[in-house]
Design a binder for this molecule. Structure first.
Ligand SMILES: CC(C)(COP(=O)(O)OP(=O)(O)OC[C@H]1O[C@@H](n2cnc3c(N)ncnc32)[C@H](O)[C@@H]1OP(=O)(O)O)[C@@H](O)C(=O)NCCC(=O)NCCS
Length: 224
């Protein structure tokens, strides 16, 4: 199985192992980082019981790259078709407006993600990797971050631009900068996008991303 078939599991058992919380063969992130969960390739009833303990009664288990189907008493919370795209080989220079964001930027990143809703984003999501942004004076206008790290791959995530700064190419330069940075570190970038996000899909297609496989963003409420 390729690292990209279960990037959550590959990250939690690999480069993100220090962040992982585990019970048995299951793993997840701290709740203020991410709700993604990993189960083994052949999940057995014991694994689902372990994951239920890990997530806690009434908790949300985001299983978007996990194999198998949870027991029937887990309530489906959402299911959205999407795609996994892989980056092209980078070309060109990184735009000089792109800066690396740090912990001082945490409140601004959370505010931008809350306003634009690029996907799940919590108080410490930015701990998952390097975040790049473009500022105007003190204001964070746009950002693109790194999330999952399966093997030599790096997932680009939390791509968003403040409403007032859209259509100026900021998301394009930030995604291109993350692609270039990943390649410079010897890796290759990929990302996920929901099918209904036509604007983002057009952006990634224009940047040369190609589809690797369909995915289903799916979350389940643990009973209790
Ligand atoms: C999707 C999103 C990140 C795009 O941000 P953006 O900074 O406006 O993106 P860009 O400016 O790079 O590209 C968007 C459009 O502007 C156009 N554009 C790019 N450079 C331009 C320029 N210099 N002048 C005018 N228009 C330009 C592009 O052609 C593109 O047009 P399109 O709609 O036909 O694709 C933004 O709409 C957003 O934050 N959405 C909500 C969060 C989200 O869905 N994130 C993606 C999750 S996968």
């Amino acid at each position: 199985m390729s690292e990209l078939d279960d990037p959550v599991g590959s990250s939690l058992h690999g480069p993100h192992a220090a962040l992982a919380r585990r019970v048995g063969r299951t793993a997840t992130y701290p709740a203020d980082v991410a709700t993604f969960c990993a189960v083994p390739a052949d999940p057995a009833p014991q694994d689902w019981a372990d994951l239920a303990r890990l997530v806690g009664p009434g908790g949300l288990a985001d299983l978007f790259t996990a194999p198998g189907t949870p027991p029937p008493d887990w309530t489906p919370e959402f299911a959205m078709p999407g795609r996994q795209l892989v980056a092209p080989v980078p070309t060109g220079d990184v735009d000089p407006r792109v800066v690396e964001l740090g912990r001082d930027d945490d409140p601004a990143m959370l505010q931008l993600a809350t306003a634009t809703r690029p996907g799940p984003f919590f108080a410490r999501t930015a701990r998952l990797g390097t975040f790049l942004g473009v500022r105007d004076g003190g204001e964070l206008l746009a950002m693109a971050g790194q999330r999952l790290h399966p093997g030599g791959w790096v997932e680009i995530s939390a791509v968003c631009t403040a409403e007032r700064a859209r259509g100026q190419g900021l998301a394009a330069v930030l995604v291109a900068a993350q692609v270039a940075r990943t390649a410079a570190d010897g890796g290759r970038a990929f990302l996920h996008v929901v099918d209904t996000n036509a604007g983002a899909r057009a952006l990634y297609a224009r940047l040369g991303f190609t589809q690797r496989r369909p995915v289903l963003f799916r979350g389940f409420r643990v009973p209790g």
